[in-house]
Design a protein around this ligand. Structure first.
Ligand code: ATP
Ligand code: MG
Length: 138
């Protein structure tokens, strides 16, 4: 039985699959669902333009999360939508710890155009470094 589930969402098809699975699990167990979307930080920091770039990226991630709302409405699951900025795997793990979730769900691939590896670097790092159960949805 899961009480709290966190899913990482980057707007990709694989992340959508992960979200759908997380939503099913949450509905089945009556768990709360945390949907986290992490805006990546640009390399160049402390610059006036950087602020605008981050804000722009945060807004894009907010719109991505808004697309999920109709699926949730039918399920009666309590969902928390969160947008942060930073390193995706680090933020996913940090947020999972903060909310003390029982399960982290990620997709096997993301938005990257280059399928260099069998598993994306974000999912790989989450599996490797998270201190809690991780489900990679394929
Ligand atoms: N910015 C992000 N915010 C939230 N979740 C993310 C983010 N990026 C990736 N994820 C989660 O990790 C899963 C795998 O994506 P990942 O980024 O590891 O693959 P990739 O984009 O194909 O590879 P890479 O980013 O290493 O080039 C996604 O399906 C999603 O669940
Ligand atoms: Mg990626």
């Amino acid at each position: 039985m899961y009480r709290k589930i966190l899913v990482g969402y980057d707007g990709s098809e694989a992340a959508r699959k992960a979200f759908d699975t997380a939503l099913e699990l949450a509905a089945k167990d009556g768990a709360e669902l945390y949907v986290l979307s992490v805006a990546r930080l640009p390399d160049v920091a402390d610059d006036v333009e950087t602020e605008a770039v981050i804000e722009n990226s945060r807004n894009r991630h907010r719109r991505m999360l808004a697309e999920l709302k109709s699926a949730v409405a039918a399920k009666g699951v309590k969902v928390h939508y969160e947008v942060t900025a930073g390193h995706p795997a680090e933020q996913i793990i940090y947020d999972a710890d903060r909310h003390e979730v029982d399960l982290i769900v990620v997709g096997h691939r993301g938005r990257s155009k280059f399928a260099r590896l069998l598993l994306g670097s974000v999912s790989k790092q989450v599996v490797q470094y998270a201190d809690r159960p991780v489900l990679v949805v394929r």
